[in-house]
Structure formats: structure tokens, C-alpha cells
Ligand binder design. Structure first.
Ligand SMILES: NC(=O)C1=CN([C@@H]2O[C@H](COP(=O)(O)OP(=O)(O)OC[C@H]3O[C@@H](n4cnc5c(N)ncnc54)[C@H](OP(=O)(O)O)[C@@H]3O)[C@@H](O)[C@H]2O)C=CC1
Ligand SMILES: O=C(O)C1=N[C@H](C(=O)O)C[C@H](O)C1
Length: 254
């Protein structure tokens, strides 16, 4: 039976993933968290040792914090175990670590594991490829009051899809955190706006705005269980894949 280890096991996503692993009839190998206290399921303790967890897992799932990424990758590399990384708030240095790790183990990194968002990204890429840069692209997201990173990983994933469709680099065209006298919008920019409040699981809206008309497409997550389902599906898919870096497209057949 496939045995899944969970980094960040006591968090909101860690608990949702544990629920889905059990509902799918799979085994929870164990879990880690910052404090290493309590149980992830009856009789399965949470520890602080990523190496011990990796040794007893067939595949690992990481929904924790960017600061723990390096230790988690080290543990997966040392034990040659595949890992799915769902943690957001990643900086270029984290992506460089992921690129290096993906030369040694199968690794899937994504800002969103849900089918709906990944299909939305494909639609955004297609729309951006057909609309010229007289269509301004703005990405608006809203999340619960506890979220610590902005823009969301999903907003950035959608921004990358739009940039890909336009044939440009997102890093050279993104406008984030507007405030005060910002000057007029740059032609071809991809803008981001982040709202925080209440218990919103994750709303994303992509707006294409031209003179006289607007196209708006979006996704609303009603519960984080959809992310947990996608994560477990992705982790199972990752077992047996060749060494390399993947996203959710292969998992979801998109
Ligand atoms: N890709 C996707 O589809 C999705 C991604 N996410 C992302 O997943 C991440 C987690 O989200 P969420 O569960 O809501 O956040 P939580 O804060 O509820 O959970 C994060 C957990 O990681 C723990 N943690 C902190 N440091 C370490 C460490 N060194 N080793 C192991 N665990 C550690 C935290 O412990 P403590 O509280 O003690 O600090 C906490 O329990 C976020 O980055 C979020 O954006 C969320 C949903 C979907
Ligand atoms: O922190 C969350 O909750 C979520 N984070 C991910 C993100 O940053 O996009 C995915 C989802 O929207 C929920």
C-alpha cells in the first residue's frame, strides 16, 4: 500500500491531506511540523525529523513554509524519494533549490493542485495568446485572513500562464503592490491585487480589459479539500516518474 509522508502535517492543508490519504485507503507514513507535537491520525505521531519521515515514506507531500524547503529537499534527496511541493511564497532562490533537487529525484511543484485552477491556467494562456497587449491583464485574488504570502502562488501561476501565452517573461512585466502616485499602467503589464479576509479558501479572477470591453474568467475554491485531493493524486502519479521537475499538467491530463 502506498505510504505518504506529510511535511507541515499539523497545518490546515496537512490535516486536509491526512483526511484524503485515509479516505483513499492509502497509508499515512507520518508527518512533521515545526513543534513536532500531537498525532496526525490515531497512533501516528508528528515529529520534527524530515529524514526519518522520508525513510519511511514512498512519496512526500510538502505544504509548510518556504523556510523549511531546503531541509525537506535534503531529506528527499538523501532517501531518493519523490516529493510534491505545494508551499507558496517561494522566492527565486527556492526555485533554484527545486531545480537542483529535480536533477536527482522526481519532483512536482505547483502553486495550486486543483483541476479547476489548472484548467483556468490553460484558458488564460490561450486567451493571452490571442489578445494583443492593448488588452490589459489584471489578476485579483482573495484568501482567508491567516494567509501570509501575497500574491498567492496561484495568482503567480496564472500570471505565468498569461505571460507564456503572450510570449513574454512575467518577471519583466509584472506590476505588484500599487500604492500612491504609481504613474499610468505600463502597456503589456500583468497586474496583481491581493485581498485578505475571513475564511475564503481561494478566489482568483483574471481580467482582460481593453477599450470598451472586458473578459473576466475565474475560479472559486469552496473548500481546501480540492487542493488535498489534487495533492494526493499528484503524489501517487509522481511515484515511478523519471527524475525531473513536473507540474500538475501531466497529472490532470491537461
Ligand atoms: N499548492 C496548493 O494547491 C496550495 C498551497 N497552499 C500553501 O500551503 C502552505 C501551507 O498552507 P496552510 O496549511 O494553510 O498553512 P498552515 O500555517 O496552516 O500550515 C503550515 C504548517 O507548516 C508548519 N511548519 C512550520 N515550519 C515547519 C518546519 N520547519 N517543518 C515542518 N513544518 C513546519 C507550521 O507549523 P507552525 O504553525 O507550528 O509554524 C504549520 O503547521 C502555504 O504556503 C499555502 O499557501 C495552500 C493550499 C493549496
Ligand atoms: O494559502 C492558501 O490557503 C492557499 N494557497 C495557495 C496559493 O497561494 O495560491 C492555493 C490556494 O489558493 C489556497
Amino acid at each position: 500500500m502506498t505510504s505518504i509522508g506529510i511535511f507541515g502535517a499539523a497545518g490546515r492543508m496537512g490535516r486536509a491531506i491526512a483526511q484524503i490519504v485515509q479516505e483513499a485507503g492509502l497509508k499515512i507514513a507520518g508527518g512533521t511540523d515545526r513543534g513536532g507535537e500531537g498525532e496526525i491520525a490515531p497512533g501516528i505521531s508528528i515529529t520534527t525529523d524530515p529524514h526519518a519521515l522520508a525513510r519511511q515514506s514512498d512519496v512526500l507531500i510538502d505544504f509548510s513554509v518556504p523556510g523549511a524547503l531546503s531541509a525537506h529537499l535534503d531529506a528527499c534527496i538523501a532517501t531518493k524519494k519523490p516529493v510534491l511541493i505545494g508551499t507558496t511564497g517561494l522566492e527565486p532562490a527556492h526555485h533554484a533549490l527545486i531545480d537542483e533537487a529535480a536533477k536527482r529525484i522526481p519532483l512536482l511543484q505547483t502553486g495550486n493542485t486543483s483541476l479547476g485552477v489548472n484548467l483556468l491556467a490553460a484558458l488564460v494562456e490561450q486567451a493571452a495568446s490571442r489578445l494583443g497587449d492593448d488588452w490589459d491583464i489584471e489578476i485579483v485574488e482573495m484568501h482567508h485572513r491567516h494567509k501570509v504570502d501575497a500574491p498567492s502562488g496561484t495568482a503567480l501561476l496564472l500570471g505565468e500562464a498569461a505571460a507564456q501565452g503572450r510570449g513574454i517573461a512575467l518577471a519583466d512585466h509584472s506590476e505588484r503592490g500599487r500604492d500612491g502616485i504609481t504613474g499610468a499602467r505600463a502597456r503589456g503589464a500583468i497586474g496583481f491585487a491581493a485581498l485578505r479576509g475571513g475564511s475564503v479558501a481561494g478566489d482568483h479572477q483574471v481580467i482582460f480589459a481593453a477599450e470598451g470591453e472586458r473578459i473576466e474568467i475565474g475560479h472559486r475554491a469552496e473548500s481546501r479539500i480540492i487542493f488535498a485531493r489534487g495533492a494526493v493524486k499528484g503524489a501517487r502519479w509522481l511515484i515511478g516518474q523519471p527524475i525531473g521537475r513536473y507540474d500538475m499538467k501531466g497529472v490532470l491530463g491537461l
